[in-house]
Design a protein. Structure first.
Length: 256
């Protein structure tokens, strides 16, 4: 089976342009274990082995830690063509609560813990989940770059950033990927243009606006809009149900 919607190069690897977001493979409030662990594992396995989705996106804050464990249990040993991307730099005080924490010591601890949970020697793509406004950006980037030099991170990405953030970060290191919200409701993001100019893949999270866009008229139109919006854009819809995953893949294939 060929990759849905074709391929894109992210973090030095050619992967399916349609990726899988994993935020919904937890309990309510992105907290704790999913109600049905076997179904969550099935979604991950079907994405890779049935639909040839080779870009899997996660974060240590999902659960927290829950989804990294699920990915390991579902997919390890990872097929060579699969890119597992994770994010660090967010703490979870309670269900539904998120707080950026960019202390260099914390970021290093996060990377070391994700390596163990995913059972890998290197995080192929590691995002700074959020820029912590209380810590100098260069200090947050410096520890990620040091981990990259140590061989523990392959490529460094940024999540939920502005055009100015991307340009500023680019003075300190190579920004491999940007991940922001983009959909037919939140349809304007200046980062899309700067990523195109700098040849940076733009990973669109919440492409179906947490399912509301798909519930209205199905996933075809909003996903087609994204795919047509720029060849550097790679959507990562998230679902916890195999039948929703099948609908998403069918929508992307029909839009092509």
């Amino acid at each position: 089976m060929t990759s849905p919607a074709g391929t894109i190069t992210i973090a030095g690897k050619t992967v399916s342009r349609l990726g899988l977001g994993t935020m919904r493979l937890t309990g309510p409030g992105t907290w704790g274990d999913p109600t049905d662990r076997d179904t969550a594992l099935s979604v991950l396995r079907q994405a890779v082995h049935t639909y040839d989705i080779t870009h899997i996106d996660t974060a240590d804050a999902y659960g927290p830690h829950t989804v990294e464990h699920l990915i390991r249990d579902a997919l390890y040993p990872y097929p060579e063509q699969v890119l597992i991307a994770t994010k660090v730099g967010m703490v979870r005080p309670a269900p539904g609560q998120w707080r950026p924490l960019g202390s260099p010591f914390y970021l290093r601890a996060c990377v070391e813990a994700s390596l163990r949970r995913l059972r890998v020697e290197r995080l192929e793509l590691c995002y700074l989940h959020r820029i912590d406004p209380e810590v100098a950006l260069e200090d947050q980037l410096a520890v990620l770059e040091a981990l990259q030099e140590e061989g523990k991170i392959g490529y460094i990405g940024l999540s939920k950033v502005t055009r100015e953030d991307i340009l500023r970060a680019g003075k300190y290191l190579t920004v491999a990927t940007v991940q922001n919200v983009l959909n037919t409701t939140d349809h304007f993001d200046p980062a899309v243009e700067v990523c195109a100019e700098l040849n940076i893949p733009y990973v669109a999270y919440r492409p179906l606006d947490a399912g509301t866009l798909a519930n209205a008229n199905g996933p075809v139109a909003p996903l087609q809009w994204l795919l047509n919006h720029g060849s550097h854009i790679a959507p990562i819809p998230s679902t916890s149900q195999p039948h929703h995953l099948a609908e998403i893949v069918a929508a992307v294939e029909s839009s092509g």
